[in-house]
Design a protein around this ligand. Structure first.
Ligand code: RFL
Ligand code: PHB
Length: 389
């Protein structure tokens, strides 16, 4: 098999890149280890920055997003028994849209299939070769060993993929931070009790109230990093959510059947540079943010928007400037999101129960960010996404 750009991974990064390349008349093949059914139902992110929404719309992927996505112009910060709204749109002129990552993925797959694009599902890549001149992706498909020959390989295969580990030792530098806590996420058949997201700081830990539709709530609880989901029957989850969220007068949680629950560890990670020879890396394959800033999917889309333009320039007239500058340019946004996500995480979670000084600092920060327009604008402009970084 031969194509111009071989893409590993059918998450938001790989699918969007394939879609963008097609619009530039560049041929690509996407290899995905899982089934179509699996990737279309994998529950993940929910918040799209304004720039991501613009990108989806401008490239013809906005129809269902415009119908079903929920535009939010503010978020609520809840702490010390008070609630404070950060009016993001008033402060920045921009907004976020709540639309599940699996819906974005469904829309992208539908568009690629309609355009005759090739996505091979249940086709795990297991090895790369020839990256210095004539790349080959070795993969398994329908019980056979196959080869995909291409001009470039783009690794969009997430943190556990094979692309990044292919790069020889000593080439890449890893910057990393782990946190002693995880998020227990719940999807519930309960109408959201609020119209905007609530980020709650509580002495028992962080809680987040989000949603997927007017009928479905998405809720998260900070839990210890090594927590076992088996220890969290639904009633315990609701009790803990009530404790952490029902802290302001006249506010109650809407409860309903739990459709899904899981625990995700939090980590911050950047691997530099995002390219080696003819291998380019994008999305979670090279950077992870804790979900508190809602940046992961948005960064994945921003990376491949750069790569789409860079490959377009290369195939148009052989110019390498954009390809050569890809890692440097992408890392500016990556590090902005790293700092913001770390800051949101540190401000909102229960960090160290034995350190009352830290808890006092968190309260002071929360109070400052909800009373100073300058500080609130800093939160808001990062949350809705900075056009330039
Ligand atoms: P993905 O989505 O992980 O896709 C990688 C794909 O590669 C496939 N793969 C392989 N395919 C072929 N051969 C191999 N050897 C392969 N190895 C792996 C995988 O099966 C998969 O399909 O990475 P991508 O495209 O970089 O997208 C990144 C985002 O998925 C991720 O950053 C976000 O989900 C993070 N995130 C959030 N991001 C936001 O922007 N806003 C949010 O509100 C938000 N909330 C979240 C989140 C992530 C969460 N979890 C579960 C980690 C909330 C949570 C709970
Ligand atoms: C979500 O709806 O899944 C979500 C929202 C905001 C976040 C993280 C996840 O910061």
């Amino acid at each position: 098999m031969r194509t111009q750009v071989g893409i590993i991974g059918a998450g938001p990064a790989g699918l969007m890149l394939s879609h963008l390349l097609h619009r530039h008349g560049i041929d690509s093949v996407v290899l995905e280890s899982r089934s179509r059914e699996y990737v279309e139902h994998r529950l993940r992110a929910g918040v799209l920055e304004q720039g991501s929404v613009d990108l989806l719309r401008d490239t013809g992927l906005g129809a269902r997003l415009d119908r079903e996505g929920m535009r939010h112009e503010g978020i609520e910060l809840r702490f010390d028994g008070e609630s404070h709204r950060v009016p993001m749109t008033e402060l920045t002129g921009r907004a976020i849209t709540v639309y599940g990552q699996q819906e974005v993925v469904k829309d992208m797959i539908a568009a690629r299939v309609a355009a005759g694009g090739t996505i091979l599902f249940e086709a795990p890549a297991d090895r790369l070769s020839g990256l210095d001149s004539a790349p080959v992706i070795h993969f398994r498909h329908q019980g056979r060993d196959e080869e995909l020959h291409c001009d470039f390989v783009v690794g969009c295969d997430g943190y556990h993929g094979i692309s990044r580990p292919t790069v020889p030792d000593g080439v890449l530098t890893t910057y990393e931070r782990t946190y002693p806590f995880a998020w227990l996420g719940v999807l519930a058949a309960a109408p959201p009790a609020v119209e905007e997201l609530i980020y709650a700081h509580h002495e028992r830990g962080f809680a987040l109230y989000s949603m997927r539709s007017p009928q479905i709530s998405r809720l998260y609880l900070q839990v210890p990093a090594d927590e076992d989901i088996a220890d969290w029957p639904d009633e315990r989850i609701w009790a803990e959510l009530r404790t952490r969220l029902e802290t302001v007068p006249n506010w109650t949680l809407n409860e309903g059947p739990v459709l899904e629950k899981s625990i995700t560890p939090l980590r911050s990670l950047v691997v530099e540079p995002m390219q080696w020879q003819r291998l380019y890396l994008a999305g979670d394959a090279v950077h992870i943010v804790p979900p508190t800033g809602a940046k992961g999917m948005n960064l994945a889309l921003a990376d491949v928007a750069l790569l789409g333009d860079a490959f377009a320039a290369w195939y148009a007239d052989g110019s390498t400037d954009l390809l050569d500058g890809y890692s440097r340019t992408a890392l500016r946004r990556v590090w902005r999101a790293q700092q913001f996500s770390w800051w949101m995480t540190s401000m909102l979670h229960r960090l160290n129960a034995d350190d009352p000084y830290e808890a006092k600092l968190q309260s002071a920060t929360l109070r400052y960010v909800t009373t100073s327009p300058a500080y609130a604008t800093s939160l808001a402009e990062n949350y809705v996404g900075l056009p330039e970084v």
